[in-house]
Design a protein around this ligand. Structure first.
Ligand code: 5GP
Ligand code: MN
Length: 338
């Protein structure tokens, strides 16, 4: 609480703020960043949002999107570094491990500015001056809402901020379906709707925004790239570079694909292996007591939440899926009997 006071007193005078989030931001990462940015701007601060990479176009409607600096773009990265020189406050949102900032990480860590981390992932690393963190929260957007209220500024939450925060809560709860959909989530969501969040429009913008290429890609992946290990209660997709090229895959096009594997009757663990330029990106999903975050951390240099985690591999796609199958076989008793 003392630390909250230190943040509060810092915010009492105008600051140069940089907000950043994790590589390939999702709706919670970008929604919390832009929600926080719009709030701090209203309080009179100079605020810049820097993302370590680009993000899906279905998030471009958020207020402030046009001023976001993508650190993978050379010109925008230079601008971001200029801003960083003057920064007095750095805020990292929706990640607990600095590595997830990718190329932006060393600049963030070296800065002398006051640093804040707001997040809901497991095992936070010690890299900031003030952490507002809870694994009980369904989304970082939920924590931003709470923090703004604790700072006594609920009345500053306008429609644009409410829209950003609603988007993160909606997607991180899987459309209010996952076990993290608590009473608190519904209470906050009700408040956000009262404050102007347009729930139907946001849901359409995020979920009903497919290109025909993406729909064809999903069809192809389900018919040709899905491996079902029924006895091991496991199903996974392995998508190679050629597949992505063939369907002109854009950032965000593989998002949600893993859920088709998890939707199969009797399947408790699902994975998506995607061959990217810099290695294999992995998404893990599970149901009930099956914890994939420990599995991801121990074997695939990753982590996340109990039922939704990610990781990576520098092996080939085939070697990675072979390793995965082998590990599921070896660890089935611990994985399924928790
Ligand atoms: P997704 O599969 O949607 O990329 O990620 C699922 C969850 O796992 C998210 O909460 C995400 O933040 C986390 N996650 C994804 N990739 C990584 C990773 O490489 N390392 C860690 N620690 N967490 C990850
Ligand atoms: Mn999140």
């Amino acid at each position: 609480m003392q630390e909250l006071e230190s943040l509060k007193s810092l915010l009492a005078s105008p600051q140069h703020v940089i907000i950043t989030t994790h590589h390939k931001p999702d709706a919670d990462a970008l929604g919390s960043s832009l929600g926080m940015a719009n709030y701090l701007k209203k309080k009179g601060h100079d605020v810049t949002v820097v993302t370590p990479s680009d993000y899906p176009t279905f998030l471009h409607w958020m207020k402030g999107n046009d001023e976001v600096l993508n650190f993978e773009d050379e010109k925008q990265a230079l601008k971001a570094l200029e801003k960083l020189k003057k920064a007095t406050l750095l805020i990292g949102l929706d990640f607990s491990c600095p590595k997830r900032m990718h190329e932006f990480m060393p600049y963030f860590l070296e800065s002398k500015a006051f640093k804040v981390n707001i997040d809901h992932h497991q095992d936070p690393k010690d890299f900031v001056d003030f952490r507002y963190w809870s694994t009980q929260a369904a989304a970082t957007c939920e924590l931003i809402f709470e923090l703004i209220c604790k700072l006594g500024d609920k009345e500053l939450i306008d429609k644009d901020i409410a829209d950003c925060l609603y988007a993160g809560i909606m997607t991180d709860t899987g459309g209010f379906r996952h076990p993290n959909t608590t009473k608190n989530v519904h209470l906050i969501t009700a408040d956000l709707i009262e404050l102007g969040a347009d729930n139907t429009r946001i849901s359409r913008q995020i979920y009903d925004n497919n290109s025909i290429n993406r729909l064809k890609f999903i069809g192809f992946a389900i018919s040709r790239r899905l491996v079902i290990l029924q006895d091991l209660k496991t199903a996974y997709f392995a998508i190679n570079k050629k597949d992505l090229r063939k369907y002109n895959s854009q950032t965000g096009d593989t998002e949600g694909l893993v859920n088709y594997a998890l939707s199969l009757d009797g399947i408790k663990i699902a994975a998506l292996f995607t061959e990217r330029e810099d290695g294999i990106k992995i998404s893990f999903r599970s149901v009930e007591e099956v914890a994939v975050n420990k599995f991801a951390a121990e074997h695939f240099d990753g982590g996340g939440h109990k039922n939704a985690s990610g990781g990576k591999s520098v092996l080939s796609l085939k070697e990675t899926t072979d390793k995965f199958e082998q590990l599921i076989k070896e660890n089935q008793h611990t994985l399924f009997n928790q």
